[in-house]
Write a protein that binds this ligand. Structure first.
Ligand SMILES: [Mn+2]
Length: 272
């Protein structure tokens, strides 16, 4: 049995198919971890969702910003844009099934046995794993609750930039959602800068990648994430960034989590 973690798919079902064949993925024996952004921008988000639903319980995914965006558009609180290529999902008679599948994914997945944590963008440097799980649960409750559409409506925005445990209401949920799904760099006070999207190494002075800030709360855990295509593969123990830019004509990557070393398998992707 193997656990494979795969980077941002973003509707690239052809690449996902090739990658699963390359790693000889066996849905009866193996497990698949997905760092989120399953859909959006790529040619076939619908096929990705169908494939993942068909694969069943061997799939564990966390939600990315594009997945949440699909939920917001499906709820009618945001307008679809052609560039997202979500029309086939949104017009599908079984849209509710896809919405339900996404709403039942979390913002964080923790496996004590593998000593691994997975989120889409990262783990906020001031949070322990237990705190992160608890805070992610607040967003999961909002997504699955009766105020889901209101949450999706209030989810958008770059503020508050700084964490304060006394944050409440939509602002609290927005900060938590932004850290798990959009964070890349933080300033010296630990406040988010959600505008910077270039590679980590080129960050202007005063801004650092979230994974360059020591976080004793993550000790003994490997942290698997995606979202940062400009930085490509991040192999900086305990951090493992897997967005190798499939959507941009880069590659789709998988890593075998039980392997003693970082064993990366990649397939090349077609440019859009
Ligand atoms: Mn993303």
């Amino acid at each position: 049995m193997a656990t494979w973690a795969i980077g941002d798919i973003q509707g690239c079902d052809g690449a996902l198919d090739r990658l699963l064949k390359t790693i000889s993925f066996d849905s009866q024996a193996d497990r698949l971890w997905l760092v989120g952004d399953l859909v959006g921008r790529g040619p076939d988000s619908l096929a990705v969702l169908d494939r993942l639903i068909d694969l069943g319980p061997c799939v564990v995914s966390v939600l990315g910003n594009h997945d949440l965006h699909l939920l917001a558009v499906a709820a009618g609180v945001r307008s679809p844009k052609a560039v997202e290529k979500l029309d086939h999902v949104l017009a599908h008679p079984s849209l509710a099934k896809y919405v339900d599948f996404l709403k039942n994914q979390s913002l964080i997945h923790v496996c004590p046995k593998l000593k691994a944590v997975m989120t889409h963008a990262g783990v906020y440097p001031k949070w322990t794993v237990d705190q992160a799980v608890s805070l992610a649960g607040e967003v999961a409750d909002a997504l699955r609750g009766t105020q889901c559409d209101e949450f999706l409506c209030h989810m958008y925005g770059d503020t508050p930039r700084c964490w304060n445990p006394t944050l409440s209401g939509w602002e609290r949920l927005r900060f938590i959602t932004n850290t798990f799904t959009r964070m890349r760099v933080v300033d010296q006070h630990g406040c988010l800068d959600l505008n910077y999207k270039d590679e980590a190494a080129a960050a202007p002075s005063g801004l650092r990648a979230w994974f360059d800030i020591p976080n004793p709360g993550l000790s003994h855990y490997r942290v698997v994430f995606g979202h940062w295509a400009a930085s490509g593969l991040v192999n900086q123990p305990p951090y493992l960034g897997l967005d190798t830019g499939c959507i941009w004509g880069g590659s789709l990557s998988a890593v075998h989590l039980e392997a003693g070393h970082v064993n990366i398998v990649s397939v090349s992707c077609d440019p859009l």
